[in-house]
Design a protein around this ligand. Sequence first.
Ligand SMILES: [Mg+2]
Length: 409
Amino acid sequence: MRITDIKATTVTVPLEAPLRHSNGAHWGRFVRTVVQVFTDEGIVGLGEMGGGGESAEAAFAGLKTYLVGHDPYRLEELRFKIANPTASLYNNRTQLLAAIEFACLDIIGKHLGRPVYDLIGGKIRDTVSFASYLFFRLPNEHTGEGEVRTPEQLVQHARELREKYGFRVHKLKGGVFDPDYELACYLALADAFPNDRLRYDPNAALSVEDAIRFGRAIEHVNNDYYEDPTFGLNGNRRVREMVRLPIATNTFVVNFEQLAANILNPAIDVILLDTTFWGGIRPCLKAAAVCETFQQSIAVHSSGELGIQLATMLHLGAVLPNLTFAADAHYHHLQDDVIQGGKLQYVDGAIEVPAEPGLGVALDPDKLQQYAELYRELGGYPYDRDPARPTWFPLVPNTRWATPDDTNN
Ligand SMILES: [Mg+2]
């Protein structure tokens, strides 16, 4: 079997409301690139990458000379063809490789008539559990609904998600407001749901000292872990020395060099594996095996996903013996998806791993067209800007917090 063509389509799919984070916001929609890899046997594989537009579509088109004629089974060769680790210094294609790897695994699975989890060790669980992934949100610009700004709104939002989807783990994405205000919000969640588990992630916005102070103030609640409290391996190592909480990251251990550094001189306890950041499902499996060897813990990270990428997270989560934490997903914030049958469904806070051949999801051509047109209409948005504060940008560590009444716009 040989690859014959690649097609990349940028789409934008609306969110319930804009999601705020330490660098800015997701402005009421996700922009994603859907990748189709065609073969001479008529099998089409699906991939997905974050972001999009002309540059992303051109980047995938530029891979044709590398990929046309390539056998999709030869995944290790693929890695060196398009993401050679030393050539990557000049031209880092890790995220492109990830999308192509997803598509090749999808092709192989369809060719063999087996789901991807059967190609990577076989599933040891039928469903993958997810955390609620709570954000501070701006109101939906059309309906005015969906705002999350106060502790009361946050608890109410968590309660609605808990009832609708069955989540029993709640992750608060912080780094937006002053740490003392976010501490009050986090403790309000702990009070409201004393038997659920919690995690806090300010995207490395806090100073080491603020991170220590915040961490000590939450030691008594039911935490899974404390995620990227401050910047860098050394900063987090200082926090870890002073706080009795497992430290997690999806930011400072995203490749094998960093994983080795963290094992030799530990700063992080829980590595969040991201099928895009690490360059595919298979590098995440390799990293998980290294973590298993050294008794480092793992979880599954979400960098924002539609159903194709979500499927990669489900197949990964299905086969990892050492996955003891609920996975993250932004998915429930989306209003729709580009896959046939609409959004995958949560039951008791978990999603069933697709059992159809390949990734087990199929494109809905009408939805793909609809959201490609919406992208052409709306264009992209700057991830590192907050629409509520047009002239603002953060420092690292940050001190320029939003105020709950937005008086510092
Ligand atoms: Mg994170």
